[in-house]
Design a binder for this molecule. Sequence first.
Ligand code: ADQ
Length: 475
Amino acid sequence: LFPKPKSGGEGRLVVVSNRVPVPSASGSPAAGGLAVALNAALQQRGGFWFGWSGKVSEEETPLEVHDFGHVSYAVTDLSQRDIDEYYAGFANRALWPVCHYRLDLTEISANDTAGYFRVNEFFARRLATLLKPDDVIWVHDYHFIPLAAYLRQMGFENRIGFFLHIPWAPYDVSSALPAYQTVLSGMTRYDVIGFQTRRDLENFTRCLEQENMAREVGGGCWEADGRTFRVGAFPIGIETDLFRQEAREAKSNSLVRRMRASMEDRHLIIGVDRLDYSKGIRQRIAAFSCMLERFPQMRNRVTFLQITPKSRSEVPEYIRMQHEVAEQAGWTNGKFGDVDWTPVRYINKAVSRTSLAGLYRTARVGMVTPLRDGMNLVAKEYVASQRGTDPGVLVLSRFAGAAAELDSALLVNPYDTEATANAIVRALEMSLEERKERWRAMMDKLRANTVDHWCASFLSVLAQERACLSSDAAE
Ligand code: ADQ
């Protein structure tokens, strides 16, 4: 039924992700570092981006293809049942919590599990109709772990890489996932598997060993069922220079000006996250509250701005946490606020990238305290936005992937409310000299590892005909 392509690394690039940033009719691409970097790679090599259209359709509709010269975007609709089981179900109520070490929030459902595999097979069948023998395929994230296994079953020998944007938990946690062994063995059907950090990578390879599913053959290479594959840590970056430039130019941005005007002489502390339980938003506001309790001299001198667009409202755990965060913010304001001072400003909306960059630059402290996070780009964006002559301080969770690179931040355990409260005070009182020193060390890392660098290094490993035999691949 399907062509039997040969392997090779020179062909078109095919990017696969759940949501596809289809450019507007005028051709202007969607904003966002990852989309920009992948679009640039697509422009360079030619190819297409494939995934879900974001639309529901109960009938099987034809693939929608948007053509922009030698780059196109191919998307397919899904039925409501598909979305419920594959996306809202298995991906977001089983894989997401398990990978973020939250077995207490994991919902196991046989229907969702079956739906996840069924929809992956459906995506594989649709993708198969578009593939050429020498296409190089780069699959993104936890929605699509079994995709390569289905393509291999159909006879495709293309080079296929996989990058996991979220953490991979240790064996005792990840093995609680339903269909754990099938998920794990699905990973071994890729040629290159990329993780954000060495910790995730080591957790993953320990799982392979525990299950006796693959054996290490050296140099980051493993063998399973007669196939070799490479594993590596490829920490994702941001568009460092562009973000800096936007932050500089945001002075005239009206939202940033309004914010500044409303601050009077107070310091700004900022938190920016999707509304997600992995981000530790409630715990962060509790730490801020604890700081106000224990250090009364800080009252009326600081304002905490938490910008949090809602996400995944179709998943019950997210609705629950919306209430918890709002309650924590309201409680803090009720307890410590005054007629002329609101300690916590809590806003549920997305803001433009320029506004965000300007707000980061205005903030003396950036609070990035997820309970667990693959990387966390907000941490990097906050650092990149700072003024070199008077930089703010990043308070960063040890459990964010970003902590491996940004070890000059004030690292905290976000479960430890008092220690996080102390870190906020330390950040507010830090000398200019120390702030500059820490900031410079972090900027050096951000300049060396941008999102373009990340993209190029993953693709160069993936493009190698026999990645496992080469010596210069990333690890
Ligand atoms: P996310 O969990 O979405 O990504 P993160 O890395 O913090 O988390 O990226 C969020 C992005 O959204 C940032 O670029 C940020 O600027 C933007 N954003 C957040 N709130 C916003 C708001 N109110 N308005 C506008 N923009 C907002 C997943 C993983 C992460 C990993 C990334 C990339 O969970 O660990 O870093 O993928 O690999």
